[in-house]
Design a protein. Structure first.
Lengths: 113, 114
């Protein structure tokens, strides 16, 4: 059963530390999305890639967030330095033009103290 | 630009009672419509989707949603809820399905009371 995987599932860190979250999209999917879920803002798009090229990262704070796809099987979201307001659940999703839906990973719950 | 409004943040309902979760959207282009469900401490699962064709779409677990273009709505209904339906429900739109971003509503927390 093909699934999107994310690591780590939980991360607790201190303010100022670097955080890296990883996502493995479903094999064959060419589009990868990063969403963030908070109580205040709900679910919002941070960035997305198609065929490993970034198409939109306007939802990310540029000074501290960066997203990359080193290869077709790995997407990363990095925060440096992290701040308490970054505490949230970060979801990765993947999709393709042939499918009508996106498939979500289980999320990374980040707590920045 | 697209936006989604879920009018109710919380909906408590007794077991076996009917429920309707409301969703309205705004878009300058044609969109696909989705309902996702999130159980506690889990990711999002697709519940149902409207792409085209029949305006009434159904899920395998008894939920249905009706697309109403004139009212720009996509309300979710179930005639008889179970305790296991307790979850957060998100309405979302996108220009396409699998490869364009989703715009989500704020979510509706459905609590089913025994």
């Amino acid at each position: 059963d093909a699934r999107v995987t994310q690591t780590p599932r939980h991360k607790v860190t201190e303010m100022g530390q670097e955080v890296t979250m990883r996502c493995q999209p479903i094999l064959g999917h060419n589009t990868v999305f990063w969403y963030r879920q908070t109580m205040m803002q709900g679910l919002e798009l941070l960035a997305y890639f198609r065929n490993r090229a970034p198409l939109d990262d306007s939802g990310m704070p540029k000074d501290r967030f960066s997203a990359e796809m080193p290869d077709a099987t790995l997407a990363t979201l990095k925060i440096q330095p992290s701040e308490p307001r970054d505490s949230a659940v970060y979801f990765c999703a993947s999709g393709s033009p042939e499918r009508d839906e996106q498939f979500f990973g289980p999320g990374t719950r980040l707590t920045v103290l | 630009a697209q936006s989604v409004t879920q009018l109710d943040s919380q909906v408590p309902v007794f077991e076996e009672a009917p429920v309707e979760l409301r969703c309205n959207y705004s878009s300058s282009v044609s969109v696909y419509l989705f309902w996702y469900v999130q159980y506690p401490n889990q990711g999002l699962q697709l519940l149902l989707k409207y792409l085209s064709g029949s305006t009434l779409v159904e899920s395998i677990n008894g939920f249905e949603a009706e697309f109403n273009k004139s009212q720009t709505s996509f309300h979710l209904r179930k005639p008889s809820v179970h305790i296991s339906d307790t979850a957060e429900y998100f309405c979302a739109v996108s220009e396409r399905g699998g490869n364009t971003p989703l715009v989500f509503g704020k979510g509706t927390r459905l609590s089913v009371i025994a």
